[in-house]
Design a protein around this ligand. Sequence first.
Ligand SMILES: [Zn+2]
Length: 67
Amino acid sequence: MANPKKKTTKSRKGMRQWKEKISSPNLVECPHCHHLVLPHHVCPYCGYYNGRPVIVVEKKKKKEKAA
Ligand SMILES: [Zn+2]
């Protein structure tokens, strides 16, 4: 039976896996408002999914307080 010859240390495992953590999430353009959104998710900007409104999005409350 095939066995690894040496134990994989925490250091070596970390060196192998560091690049998996820094990859950015895949983004697609919302067909309704053209923001970049996560695929297969309701758009957080307009509340549309699959061409119809799913949730009601409250508009720009935080930006009005800051400005
Ligand atoms: Zn949208």
